[in-house]
Design a protein around this ligand. Structure first.
Ligand code: ASP
Length: 325
């Protein structure tokens, strides 16, 4: 029997077309809305289009709107699953935000495309069909927000965009996908081990958490500038296991003295940061200074998590505990 699927379009390449000059852009009409016949053969669709934005234009405000729509449909029963179409550039951030903050009972799948609707080899409609099939699957329950592209099913927590243009851009480094889409079936071969859920308030979208990347020879100037901007939190993509160039240390110290939480992830996209090295700027020293070490999230997702954390608490130990999970 066909399932009832909530389909939310938000924009991105999947909703764009290429013009004669080769430029890809949104048009008057979302091309996905013209695929009604094919899509309605898969499920009974309820379609929402709260905005039509390239994903670099997506903000926390848009993510909150999506959360509200999904919660509204959860209460008025009858929906068996949801699919969100989204630009791929920030797709993982929206998916992870929803994963952390939604308590909804039905499966939620986020998808996008690397080639716009009228390009040869366009992957948009295909990914959308796969996503509706996954959202309709009983086996997709209780796995958190899923990301489906290119026949693979990933968790929002682990997936990341790894390639600027390739259709297999979405990967879960270190973990791999948790399932596969085939012509006839949906196969899950892993179960995510732990699902965190946090209640958040509307003020989540007002906070400012910045993300910066460490490099050889970096000094403290950027950290002093950030401190003076009075941001609410800082995420640093540090080196290796969580180390920083020695000249950055006084700047990081200045942030901590202002009570601004500093979360460390690694610019290496596999593995977990730990306070191992005891030299100047090494992870051990940073940890002793009060820097919070994250548990394998990438920088952009640690930023989302810090925004969610700051909505609950300013207590450094409580924030650190959230990043240990
Ligand atoms: N720049 C586009 C966006 O994120 C890319 C895409 O949709 O895949 O909206």
């Amino acid at each position: 029997m066909k399932k009832n699927i909530l389909l939310i379009h938000t924009g991105g390449t999947i909703s764009m077309s290429e013009d004669k000059t080769g430029a890809v852009k949104p048009g008057e009409k979302n091309p996905l809305t013209e695929e009604g016949q094919i899509l309605s053969s898969l499920a009974n669709l309820v379609v929402e289009e709260p905005f039509n934005l390239p994903s670099p234009h997506i903000t926390m405000k848009n993510m909150m709107i999506l959360k509200e729509i999904l919660e509204r449909y959860d209460q008025s029963s009858g929906i068996d699953g949801a699919v969100i179409t989204h630009g791929t550039d920030t797709l993982e951030e929206t998916a992870y935000f929803l994963d952390l903050t939604l308590q909804t009972k039905y499966p939620i799948v986020v998808t996008g495309a690397m080639r716009s609707s009228n390009e040869i080899g366009s992957d948009g409609l295909y990914n959308l069909i796969s996503s509706i099939r996954v959202a309709s699957s009983e086996d997709a329950q209780n796995k958190g927000v899923l990301v489906v592209l290119n026949d693979e099913i990933h968790t929002a927590e682990n997936v990341t965009k790894t390639h600027t243009s390739n259709v297999s851009t979405f990967q879960s480094p270190q973990f791999g996908p948790i399932g596969l889409v085939t012509k006839q079936d949906i196969f899950f071969h892993h179960m995510p081990s732990y699902r965190e859920k946090y209640e958040i308030s509307a003020s989540c979208k007002q906070r400012n958490v910045v993300l910066i990347k460490a490099h050889a020879g970096m000094d403290a100037s950027l950290f002093y500038a950030i401190r003076d901007l009075e941001v609410n939190g800082v995420v640093i993509e540090a080196l290796g296991q969580g180390n920083m160039p020695p000249a950055t240390v006084p700047g990081i110290q200045a942030l901590i003295e202002r009570n601004i939480p500093v979360v460390i992830v690694s610019r290496a996209f596999n593995g977990i940061v730990q306070g191992v090295y005891a030299y100047e700027g090494g992870g051990k020293q940073l940890k002793e200074m009060g820097v919070i070490f994250s548990n394998g999230l990438n920088g952009q997702k640690a930023r989302i998590k810090l925004l969610v954390a700051l909505d609950r608490t300013n207590n450094m130990n409580e924030i650190a505990e959230m990043f240990r999970l």
